[in-house]
Design a protein around this ligand. Structure first.
Ligand code: SF4
Ligand code: SF4
Length: 542
């Protein structure tokens, strides 16, 4: 197995480095672009901890979407509880469930437990763990659900997914397949920093299977099926490199994963920006938040919470929203070109062509509207004088830790570019409304308020004095460019007041109650909400 030269224990951490533990979820997996190699390497060392533990309180409600589902399945499969009685346990947890979470958990359990296993496999309570020593102690494991044939010759892992069955990465599958093939029976450690307790396995498997199960729709897909020798070959081809890369680690890459990283409190890569959300300091649970999250909460707290749990939801995008995404994607691709040439008419879709595709495909007449919007981008393109541009980052992720609000604030500006040492934060908006807009842009688009505050704080680096926020509003019949100076005290005060209006109620909320209304008609998580307002669309969905 790998050497671990690249990662080293940070001075604000302590503990025992000799135990290395890798499961399929230890690396970033399919979320690789949002993950952080340094976080994964620290996570792979369960004996490492911060010298000063966080004293922030925990959330009142359960936030682990699949945790309650697995608890009930354990009662059914390992303790022989009847389904209805096992479900009752969800009402009696120390950490209560949001009503929408409860509805989802009940649905998931009934869907999963209600289908008898076609292979006749039986649930297995002990974990399967492979342990090796080479100066360090290595453990490979998976917490996925485990099943085997009566004679123990077939072992199967089932990975539960929130919505539909999805592919895991080859590295994740390899770890699971290898662990199923060669793992010993093991008890979960009393403390995560301790080793698994291994037991003698009564039989050895000859075949293993890795299955993904969607708890939203009941879908299943077999990701690997083969003999133990084939599992070994698959691990050699895909797993060893994955494990090596996770354990070796790499540079810090701040992102959404910071929120549950054990290096978070001392990590020098995370910019600390007290007051980014314009709230007073309070000792509250650390939360991750984007401006979209704040907007969802403002519409309906329950919707915001259920979205954050990633509950299954139908396609939530209207044609207008899809068109907006398609326009953004087209311009983003142009802005990623080497040397940042200015966009020209020749770069835009040809007349009469439906240029939209994939997830953001819209009908022909909508595509034509979008094409007209794109043509107006040419005059508004920020790279007209690209000689001034020192660096450009389309759709670049930025996170800051608001140490007052205890919030990891996540933003993805449509475009960040640097001119003369200062960052310009550019947002692109599309609208089919022909008239020029009225009202304050900071009220209409609260992400601009966040841009103003972060630039004024110098939270992106560079020289704040030369920074600006640019807004390009594309319409079928024109484009409205706007510039906001973050150093203008009036604009800054306004931006802070907008953020406070959104973030204040969100930060204070710990019950996330439903606020039914007309918006229920377009709510993507209404399936899980007993409070949904009645209406034609809602009846259809029911
Ligand atoms: S706090 Fe964030 S950037 Fe730092 S190691 Fe953790 S995940 Fe990476
Ligand atoms: S259906 Fe309505 S009340 Fe329920 S979560 Fe959605 S918006 Fe809120």
């Amino acid at each position: 197995m790998a050497d671990c030269a690249a990662w080293h224990i940070r001075q604000w951490m302590t503990g025992d480095e000799s135990l290395v533990r890798i499961g399929p979820g230890t690396g970033s997996g399919t979320e690789e672009t949002l993950g952080c190699p340094a976080r994964d390497a620290a996570k792979a060392r369960p004996g490492i901890r911060t010298r000063v533990p966080s004293r922030l309180p925990h959330e009142h409600l359960e936030t682990f979407t699949l945790g309650p589902v697995c608890e009930v399945l354990d009662l059914i499969e390992f303790d022989g509880e009847p389904l209805e009685r096992a479900l009752d346990a969800l009402l009696d947890r120390p950490r209560p469930l949001h009503p929408g979470h409860l509805a989802y958990a009940e649905h998931a359990v009934r869907l999963y437990a209600g289908h008898p296993d076609p292979q006749g496999l039986i649930p297995v309570k002990p974990y399967w763990v492979v342990r090796k020593d080479n100066g360090r102690r290595w453990e490979l494991y998976a917490w996925w659900r485990r099943y085997q044939s009566a004679d123990g010759s077939v072992r199967e892992y089932r990975r539960l997914r929130h919505a539909d069955a999805r592919e895991s990465t080859p590295g994740e599958i390899a770890i699971a397949a290898y662990t199923a093939a060669f793992g010993s029976s093991a008890s979960w450690p009393r403390h995560w920093s301790q080793e698994f307790t291994l037991h003698a396995s009564p039989s050895r498997p000859t075949h293993v299977r890795i299955v993904e199960v969607g708890l939203g729709d009941g879908s299943r897909s077999v990701e690997f099926e083969g003999t133990v020798d084939e599992a070994k070959a698959y691990y050699d081809a895909h797993g060893d490199a994955h494990v090596r890369s996770v354990v070796k680690g790499g540079p810090e890459r701040p992102g959404p994963a910071c929120v549950d990283c054990k290096q978070f409190t001392g990590c020098g890569a995370v910019r600390r920006s007290p007051g980014a959300l314009a709230l007073p300091s309070r000792g509250l649970p650390l939360r991750k938040v984007s401006v979209s999250d704040l907007r969802y909460h403002a519409v309906c707290p329950a919707q915001g919470f259920l979205r954050s749990l990633h509950l299954p939801r139908p396609d939530e995008y209207s044609d207008a929203a899809k068109l907006g995404q398609a326009v953004h994607g087209w311009i983003e691709a142009l802005h990623r070109r080497d040397g940042w040439p200015a966009c020209t008419m020749a770069d835009m879709p040809a007349a009469g062509e439906n240029w939209t595709q994939g997830r953001w495909q819209v009908p022909d007449e909508e595509a034509e509207l979008g094409r007209r919007m794109l043509l107006h981008h040419v005059d508004a393109c920020p790279f007209q004088d690209s000689g001034l541009v020192e660096r450009a980052e389309p759709e670049s992720l930025r996170v800051v830790h608001d140490t007052a609000a205890q919030a990891l604030v996540v933003a993805k500006p449509d475009l960040l570019y640097r001119e003369d040492g200062s960052w310009v934060w550019r947002e692109l908006k599309t609208t089919r409304t022909p008239s020029r807009r009225s009202g304050d842009l900071l009220d209409t688009y609260p992400q601009l308020a966040l841009a103003v505050v972060l630039l004024e704080q110098g939270a992106l680096g560079g020289d704040p004095d030369g920074s600006r926020v640019e807004v390009e509003i594309l319409r079928p019949d024109g484009a409205d460019p706007h510039v906001i100076d973050p150093t203008d005290p009036e604009r800054l005060t306004k931006a802070q007041s907008v953020l406070r209006r959104y973030a204040g109620p969100w930060r204070a909320d710990h019950t996330w109650e439903a606020r039914p209304g007309r918006h229920c008609r377009s709510c993507p998580v209404s399936r899980w909400c007993a409070s949904a307002a009645p209406g034609d669309d809602m009846e259809e969905q029911a």
